[in-house]
Design a binder for this molecule. Structure first.
Ligand SMILES: [Cu+2]
Length: 418
């Protein structure tokens, strides 16, 4: 073989290799659903707003233009509970706005509410006049009006949007959304699954359907993306995949979000990325009010691993917070006497509250009010509700639909001792 022939052969082999790599890349890109817009520097893995949606945009003269409509929405928090909320584009939280650092964005906001509103871009560095503070940086957006916010994204990370007008009421009724800005150059290590969850809490008094904005402390409904367990979908990952969850909190309480089966690190906040030297392992992250936390971990052992708020009242449905404490009380006499007044009255709670889930099925509670404990697992009642879901880790999966319940290999299950 002459030098020239060898060079040609090498070039052909290299080209063939590149084609194979490119094809493999294509498959990987398809599998992960990477979106490419404007060259490799712009490729990113889209965020999945768990149980929610991503805002569409149009490219207008190089500007990414989004359109949010503020309006009242009939929102199903879980089957059997429909709540009159306020939100954007027919949902709460509003659709997640997703763009790339360096993008110029324009967000048109149309107000279809009965009162005025504005939108504030929480954590984003914008010109002061785009900050969306009614009375301070702009007049309120009156009902029927459309206003435009326009700015260039100078950071990357997880941010939020919410009204800065009649704030207490508008946020209590569900007006909020995530704003995710992907880095211009993908950060290492890259993640394989990227989820966004807005934490919220609501006061929806038993038998009613409108959140009460006057409540300051005693909330009874706790949600991930305005859904309660078991209506919250699971997070699904393949063993070995790197998972990111972007948590945001626009509620009135901090929420310590806990993961089973793995330890994670906080890699970013709404203030920016956390340097690797400042990250430390945790299994619970406190997400303060008015903040975002990005957490990342590598999916380890396969299984169905809970992911929930560790304030136990936040991982359950509405309970009567003012009922007398019956734990350990002998209610036999009281039950007999009460049955004369209320036939069929059943005293509960002497030995604990778990029996409530058993009775929830056949004893109808107040209309439009979910029981305190819900969810059936492969081994019985789950006895949870509220801010609770599962991280489902499976070996070798390529579909990230709910894979069903985990099948435990022999010898890996807790067992009853005879
Ligand atoms: Cu909580």
């Amino acid at each position: 073989m002459s030098d020239e022939e060898a060079r040609v052969t090498r070039r052909v082999v290299l080209a063939a290799g590149a084609a194979v790599l490119a094809a493999a890349d294509g498959v990987a890109a398809q599998e992960k659903g990477r979106v490419t817009g404007g060259g490799p520097a712009r490729s990113y893995l889209p965020v999945e707003t768990l149980g929610g949606a991503t805002a569409p945009f149009r490219l207008v003269d190089g500007v990414k233009e989004f359109h949010l409509t503020a309006e009242e929405v009939s929102h199903e928090m879980a089957p059997g509970m429909v709540v009159k909320c306020w939100g954007y584009d027919g949902r709460t939280p509003g659709p997640t706005i997703e763009a790339v650092e360096g993008d110029r964005v324009r967000v048109l906001v149309t107000n279809k509410l009965g009162e005025h509103t504005t939108i504030h871009w929480h954590g984003l560095l914008v010109p002061n006049g785009m900050d969306g503070i009614g009375g301070v940086t702009q007049p309120q957006i009156a009902p029927g009006e459309t206003w435009a916010y326009e700015f260039t994204l100078q950071q990357h990370g997880t941010f939020m949007y919410h009204p800065h007008a009649d704030e207490v009421l508008q946020m209590a009724l569900g007006m909020m959304g995530m704003f995710v800005v992907h880095p211009k150059r993908p950060r290492e290590p890259k993640v394989d699954r990227d989820y966004a969850i807005l934490l919220h809490e609501w006061a929806i008094h038993p038998g009613t359907f409108r959140p009460d904005p006057a409540v300051m402390v005693d909330f009874n409904t706790f949600t991930f993306n305005s859904k309660v367990f078991p209506a919250i979908p699971p997070l699904v990952a393949r063993t070995g995949q790197r998972v990111r969850v972007r948590l945001g909190n626009l509620s009135m309480d901090d929420h310590p979000i806990h993961l089973h089966g793995a330890a994670f690190k906080v890699t970013g906040t709404d203030g920016g990325p956390v340097p690797a030297s400042a990250q430390f392992p945790e299994t619970t992250v406190l997400v303060p009010v008015g903040a975002t936390r990005d957490i990342e971990w590598v999916a380890g052992a396969p299984g169905d691993w809970p992911f929930h708020c560790h304030k136990s009242h936040h991982a359950m449905g509405a309970m009567g917070h003012e009922v007398p404490n019956a734990v350990g009380a002998d209610q036999q006499k009281a039950e007999k006497r009460l049955r004369k007044l209320i036939p069929g009255y059943m005293a509960m709670g002497e030995r604990g509250m778990a029996e409530h889930q058993d009775h929830a099925g056949h004893m109808g509670g107040p209309k439009n009010t979910l029981p305190m404990m819900v969810g059936k697992g492969p081994f019985g009642n789950i006895e949870m509700g509220g801010m609770f879901t599962l991280v489902k880790v499976r070996d070798g999966i390529t579909s990230f639909e709910d894979p069903g319940w985990y099948q435990h290999p022999a010898g890996t299950l807790a067992y009853r001792v005879p």
